[in-house]
Design a protein around this ligand. Sequence first.
Ligand code: SF4
Length: 296
Amino acid sequence: MLTGAHILLTYRCSFECDHCFVYSSPQARGTFTLDQLETVFEELVRIGTIERVYFEGGEAFLYYPLMVEGVRAARGKGFEVGIVTNSYWATTERDAELWLRPLCEMGIADLSLSDDPFHYEDEKENLARHALAAAERLGMPVGAISIEAPRVEDREQARGEPVIGGSTMFRGRAVERLLEGLPTRPWQDFTECPYEDLRDPARVHLDPYGNVHLCQGLCVGNMWQTPLSELIRGYDCASHPVCRPLAEGGPALLATEYGAEHSDEYVDACHFCYALRLALLDRFPEYLAPRQVYGL
Ligand code: SF4
């Protein structure tokens, strides 16, 4: 049952991290308008099962007034609200309070701070610490998201395969930048999607171009063409040309069904899936979008 909607308020970001799923950067384009946000919230109410709305990106604080009004509108519709941020704005603890207080007054259920070496290589420049201290002083629910660079761990899975630690997902820019030196396995091994329940998704990501993502770049359709509530009501994994093979037999089945060219080995299922989707982009433009997420 769909209970969460994650709003990619903008693809633009103050950083350009190696592990970013959606290829965000200071040059990236695409930001919601307030009218679009209000339309989304009305549609989320129509769906009837949504409990929580997240604001993320890109970096949502880059469009601070829009984000604040978006949070107000979402709270006005009765949704719990979470925000994900890289804390670029938290120049000091005292100044961070200025940014957080209006949000705190509206009642935020979760503030998630990206706090890892991808965002802050030098601990002395780590602004997430200021945001954390300010949020705690204001009594906001706050936590850190920490993703480390991938590494081969000194232990093996049951079948003798190496374990890759660090929790990086091999999608988006991570595929371009973080694969070097990692062990690979034969493509036939990847017979399931390990992270998303494509038959019964619990959350979707919504972007300013109207794309409704089940996984970054894998979409149900476009909510600027078909109202979001109709898209969700009409979604059937069994008739989706990309989700069905992924749900039935993982990236291996997706590759065989469409005869897509691929390598012999991949680091993990997401690496294989992402590479296949990139190859199938022009065949399923309605479902594999936007090109931004594929670095194009
Ligand atoms: S296998 Fe594909 S659809 Fe599943 S989580 Fe990985 S990238 Fe997403």
